[in-house]
Design a protein around this ligand. Structure first.
Ligand code: FAD
Length: 419
């Protein structure tokens, strides 16, 4: 398939942020090209959790029927157990949103966005097409150079290049935007196991001294397990052997032992995630903006990555539409047009990161005194209604987007309109 050599908006990266943005812009009748370096969407160990406000927003945008048709799993609560005792329980039904967070595999979610975009006038999706560099003129970004799977290089001019290319963003680097990378004390190894009947729908954090697991029921019938390792501890873990790894997991959560023996066969069944936060001061340059993980990378605590990517996208789409409509044909969108978007989103993401760092630090505690104090702290929080305020600010922050913009974008799912 050939790709256009000029477009209004070039989106680099077809993850949750890029795929949704492509759809929302095309619905507004904006010419958009989404390029994704992977040939296929298969990706097993990624964020699969959609927080309740994202579910509400996606329904308003008209994605509800497709989500229902695919199916998902509702998460009822998050529970924390430390050294065998429950210390915290947060009931997601108590947030008054009338909607629960859901788990849906990331390829399915992206597939829904892509299916709804396909066929919209002005929309092009190019898989197997990687970003290699920016086109700049007098300090203004005018497009990008792409490399197709067969090695062909294509130059695409655009009024806006969106870097939605994830935590190691090449667009960010090419734009000379520096990220402050803060490594967390742990990394993460994930795997999936079949979910036994009657397991329940609570997300669980199971902590044993300095080790912990997140155990997440997920769609259709799996448990997603994340195991935290000491930073750069993967080599050491592998040296000890796979049986020792499985035994270590079972020691943290003995309920998993029979599942591990039967279903977790080799390191190939696991996925590694390096945990760090990346913060960026300037998300925009003239002709360029970053969103999702490229603009701000979180840790997996409370599964906020996809939620934040969706928030960025629904807030940004109307800003781009208005800016394109205001500017002259062919002119690059000035960074100043994105200042308010960046300030609002950066503030929320910074809050999420602060909260996650506190939790990461608590989870890294391991001496007997530290773990005793940690349990006491979470048990105290558990008895306070304040816990719903604390968690709500992170997981249930309403999407700061104009209701009329959402309504318009939702209606446009039926009939595309001009910007
Ligand atoms: C291995 C892994 C495991 C994760 N696990 C969890 C988890 O358990 N819980 C959680 O909440 N979050 C997790 N996350 C984070 C979560 O998946 C992200 O926060 C979320 O997907 C962000 O969406 P995004 O669209 O901004 O970026 P991404 O989902 O990273 O999408 C970026 C896309 O850009 C493409 N791309 C990259 N470079 C180029 C290029 N040069 N040219 C063209 N395309 C390019 C990539 O192939 C990818 O499809 C994980 C992320 C990774 C990478």
């Amino acid at each position: 398939m050939s790709i256009p050599t000029s477009t209004d908006v070039l989106i680099v990266g077809g993850g949750p942020a890029g795929a949704l943005l492509g759809c929302l812009l095309a619905r507004r009748g904006i010419e958009v090209l989404v390029v994704e370096k992977q040939q296929h969407l298969d990706r097993d160990f990624r964020g699969e959790t959609l927080a309740a406000p994202s579910v509400v927003t996606l329904r308003k945008l008209g994605f509800g029927p497709a989500l229902e048709q695919h199916g998902y799993l509702e998460t009822r609560a998050v529970t924390m157990r430390m050294e065998g005792r429950q210390v915290l329980h947060v009931d997601y039904g108590r947030f008054g949103l009338d909607v629960l967070p859901i788990d849906i595999p990331q390829p399915a979610l992206i597939g829904i966005f892509n299916e709804q975009s396909a066929g919209l006038p002005g929309y092009t999706y190019a898989s197997g097409t990687g970003f290699t560099g920016l086109i700049e003129e007098d300090g203004v970004v005018r497009g990008a150079v792409l490399k197709r799977k067969d090695g062909e290089r294509v130059t695409v001019r655009a009024r806006l290049v969106v870097g939605a290319d994830g935590r190691f963003s090449r667009v960010r680097k090419a734009a000379g935007i520096t990220a402050r990378i803060t490594p967390m004390e742990r990394d993460f190894l994930s795997f999936k196991l079949p979910r036994p009947a009657g397991w329940g729908n609570n997300a669980e954090l199971v902590v044993e001294q300095g080790k912990h697991l997140v155990v997440l029921p997920t769609f259709p019938d799996f448990l997603r397990i994340g195991h935290n390792l000491p930073k750069r501890g993967l080599g050491e873990l592998r040296k000890e052997g796979f049986d020792a790894f499985r035994a270590g997991i079972a020691a943290i959560d003995p309920r998993l032992e029979p599942l591990l023996t039967e279903h977790l066969r080799s390191w190939d069944d696991t996925g590694f995630l390096e945990i760090f936060t990346a913060e960026v001061d300037d998300w925009a340059r003239d002709g360029l903006i970053l969103i999702g993980d490229a603009s701000h990378t979180c840790t997996p605590i409370l599964g906020q990555g996809v939620n934040l990517a969706i928030q960025d996208t629904v807030c940004l789409a109307p800003v781009i539409a208005r800016s394109l409509a205001r500017g002259g044909a062919g002119s690059a969108l000035p960074a100043a047009e994105f200042a308010e978007f960046v300030a609002t989103r950066r503030k929320h993401k910074a809050r999420v990161t602060r909260f996650q760092r506190l939790q990461e630090a608590a989870l890294a505690m391991h001496t007997p005194l530290q773990t005793l104090l940690r349990r006491a702290r979470f048990r105290t929080l558990d008895h306070l209604p304040l816990k719903y305020v604390v968690f709500g600010k992170v997981i249930n922050a309403p999407h700061p987007v104009d209701a009329a913009d959402l309504r318009t974008a939702g209606q446009e799912s039926q009939a595309p309109l001009a910007a």
